[in-house]
Design a protein around this ligand. Structure first.
Ligand code: SF4
Ligand code: SF4
Ligand code: FES
Length: 362
């Protein structure tokens, strides 16, 4: 353990952690932008600067390891002024059409801008420099006018998703992320997991499906039904409609990470063609014979008892006429383990065949 002082308070911290982490452990909040606990520290934005006794200049606490006898001041008039100046400089290279139009969304950058009372309208870049919605990716909205070059997208895609889609291009004030060799995201092997969106602190990367949807009335934590991993996420609900899915560090299995299905595959919930009741072919419901010509083939809604009754009759009839091995069963990764177990039992013991497989093996 290392002994140090933070704002005059004696603190014991594990060797190797940063001043930022030591401060967080004793309840001191230091503002950050480029730092995220899931990502390797980068030390790019400088918002987390602190005074260290004996150091000539303020130092970035997110990359500064604790050392024995260190004395740190996290909040002083000088440090707060420096942070405000840093935010003004970041905002001077930032342009948000939504803000200009009075539709500002709460982002991490905007939280600190408001906290330090930075006047965005007077400090913001005079005009956009990049096209808004510049990438054809169906899920990720790209507006590099709002980028502050924190590289969180680059680190998320590289270190968490392992796709290496984003990299930083150009120099100085023109530095900005590009996908691949300045191609579109999908050409650069993006699999639309949305991790870069989740970690972007400014809205430069955003969820295309949710643009203009506003803020939710409530947020409901739930478990994804797409596969057996058991990822959890938050359904953002407005007027009884899911407008967005957000990942959360509170999810024990997956943290902030999700795949494309969990993050963006929710439009079926309110789809007008969603099937909400069991359906059977009309000729089955009417007890008629299947004929290639002239049979009433259209689907008809019915109740579960009728649908299951017809299914069991047909299965029993096929087994009697052609034998159990003429039937095959395919189960789904969307079922729970228990449901798949039951299908296994049903197939082998009720139907009497070993013809069962699972979509995850296909
Ligand atoms: S959506 Fe996922 S794979 Fe695509 S660029 Fe972002 S992090 Fe990388
Ligand atoms: S797009 Fe977002 S996450 Fe990526 S560098 Fe810009 S501000 Fe940071
Ligand atoms: S949060 Fe420390 S330098 Fe950006």
């Amino acid at each position: 353990m290392v002994n140090l002082k933070i704002n005059g308070q004696d603190v014991q911290a594990r060797e190797g952690i940063t001043v930022l982490q030591a401060a967080q452990q004793v309840g001191v909040t230091i503002p950050t932008l480029c730092e995220h606990p899931d990502l390797k520290s980068y030390g790019g934005c400088r918002l987390c600067v602190v005074d260290v006794k004996g150091a000539r200049n303020p130092m970035a606490s997110c990359t500064l390891p604790v050392t024995e006898g260190m004395e740190v001041v996290t909040h002083s008039p000088g440090i707060e002024k420096t942070r405000k100046t840093i935010l003004e400089m970041l905002v001077s290279n930032y342009y948000d059409a939504g803000y200009v139009n009075g539709q500002k969304r709460e982002t991490q950058l905007m939280r600190w801008v408001n906290h330090y009372e930075v006047d965005v309208k007077t400090n913001m870049a005079p005009a956009p420099r990049y096209a808004v919605n510049s990438d054809p990716n169906p899920f990720v909205w790209v507006d590099m006018n709002k980028c502050i070059q924190c590289t969180r997208c680059v680190r998320a895609c590289t270190d968490i998703q392992g796709r290496f889609v984003w990299g930083m291009a150009e120099r100085g004030i023109n530095t900005h992320p590009v996908s691949g060799a300045n191609t579109d995201m999908l050409t650069a092997r993006c699999e639309s997991c949305g991790a870069c969106v989740a970690y972007c602190p400014t809205g430069a990367l955003d969820n295309k499906m949710s643009m203009g949807a506003g803020e939710p009335d409530k947020v409901v934590m739930t478990t994804c039904g797409y596969c057996g991993v058991g990822c959890q996420y938050e359904l953002n609900v407005k007027d009884n409609k899911v407008i967005r899915v957000t990942s959360t560090e509170k999810a024990p299995v997956n943290g902030n990470h999700l795949c494309v299905k969990g993050r963006y595959g929710y439009d079926f919930i309110h789809h007008p063609e969603r099937i909400l009741k069991p359906q059977v072919r009309r000729y089955l419901l009417e007890g008629k014979k299947k004929e290639l010509k002239g049979s009433p083939w259209d689907w008809v809604e019915t109740d579960w008892d009728t649908a299951l009754g017809i299914t069991s009759q047909k299965l029993a009839g096929i087994k009697k006429e052609f034998g159990a091995d003429s039937i095959g069963v395919l189960t789904s990764a969307k079922c729970t383990n228990e449901e798949n177990y039951l299908m296994n039992k049903f197939t082998r013991q009720v139907l009497g065949t070993n013809n069962i497989d699972h979509c995850a093996r296909l």
